[in-house]
Design a binder for this molecule. Structure first.
Ligand SMILES: [Zn+2]
Length: 348
């Protein structure tokens, strides 16, 4: 089969002809039709220690149809369309059993890092990692939904607890996760204040439902949030950028009892800048603030997200698609922060 293969940390991916993945007794083999491309995978291929061995095929937001199943697979059938969960988990620990599998006590790493991923014609995944795609949701929509829409579902619903009338500041609102966060926060009843850099990203956030847009390059984000909320601040800030400046600005933008939600982080190993941020405990305490880590989703949340897409309550925003062999061009656009909305591979 064809695959885009990584031979070492930070190296460019190379097109290669490789054997079909081995299918263990509890695995399913999926013919990949689409694979989302986002910041997570770009950071993953450049961060020391994340990829367990080389050569490795990255990619973790897949959709396609099951073409073979292992002898112990019970609930997945050949021909069924599926997407996937990004974490390889034990399924048995207390966190897995309570729907917090991203905090698995015996984690085996991630799809596309500890096992081969979806930048290929086929992928083998544990049965536990695949989620059926409902009719009416296309492969590329499902691939994007499994991460770039599911992550906003968890962040808005469980962490930011966005309710009717809440002001929600989204930092990084025009990117692949951000543009779905805007829609999800609106769906939860929030009033969305969308911050990003550049007219294209702000226009996209506005198009998908942002009530107000703020160009973060102006440098007075917290002040603008206060002005737009009659001096109260935002009830929640969901920070998709995750550097020192954005996190500290997010804290300063919160109303009393406000929730700051960390979605992603810019690791120092990749971005050079230290993302550590400081909190004044007095300020934090007296304002009754909350700090939340929103770490991906559980499998049920992916299923719920796919249902929202099927019912057209939320729209996958896919601004550009690439062929398998063009994946480096897609990664480069993300490295340069030149993408608006989500981009994806379509693998025929
Ligand atoms: Zn576990």
């Amino acid at each position: 089969m064809k695959a885009m293969v990584l031979h070492g940390l930070g190296q460019p991916l190379k097109l290669a002809e490789v054997p079909l993945p081995k299918v263990g007794p509890n695995d399913v083999l999926v013919r990949v039709r689409a694979c989302g491309v986002g910041l997570t995978v770009v950071i993953l291929v450049a961060t020391p220690g994340r990829i367990t061995s080389y050569p490795r095929i990255p990619g973790h937001e897949i959709a396609g149809e099951v073409s073979a199943v292992g002898s112990e697979v019970k609930n997945v059938k050949i021909g069924q369309r599926v997407t996937n969960h990004f974490y390889l988990t034990c399924g048995n620990c207390i966190h897995c059993r309570s729907g917090r599998e991203t905090l698995c006590l015996a984690p085996r790493g991630n799809v596309g890092a500890a096992c081969d991923g979806g930048y290929a014609e086929y992928i083998a995944l544990p049965e536990r990692n695949v989620i059926p795609i409902p009719g009416g949701v296309s492969d590329v929509e499902a691939a994007v939904a499994s991460d770039a829409i599911a992550t906003p579902y968890h962040a808005c619903h469980e962490e930011a607890r966005v309710g009717p009338g809440d002001s929600v500041l989204i930092i990084g609102a025009g990117g692949g996760v951000g543009v779905h966060m805007v829609q999800m926060a609106r769906l939860c009843g929030g009033r969305v204040l969308a911050a990003d850099i550049g007219a294209d990203k702000l226009a996209l956030a506005k198009h998908w439902g942002a009530d107000e847009v703020i160009d973060a390059r102006r440098g007075d984000l917290a002040k603008q949030v206060m002005a737009l909320t009659d001096g109260r601040g935002a009830n929640a800030c969901i920070d998709i950028v995750g550097n020192k400046q954005s996190l500290e600005t997010g804290l300063q933008s919160l109303a009393l009892l406000g929730r700051l939600v960390i979605i992603g982080a810019k690791p120092k190993a990749v971005y050079k800048d230290d993302p550590s941020f400081s909190i004044d405990p007095g300020y934090f305490l007296h304002r009754g603030l909350e700090l939340h880590a929103s770490r991906y989703v559980n499998a049920a949340e992916i299923a719920q997200t796919l249902e929202l897409v099927r019912r057209k309550r939320i729209t996958p925003v896919i601004t550009q698609t690439f062929a398998l062999e063009e994946v480096e061009a897609a990664h480069e656009l993300i490295r340069q922060n030149k993408t608006t909305g989500r981009i994806a591979l379509v693998i025929n």
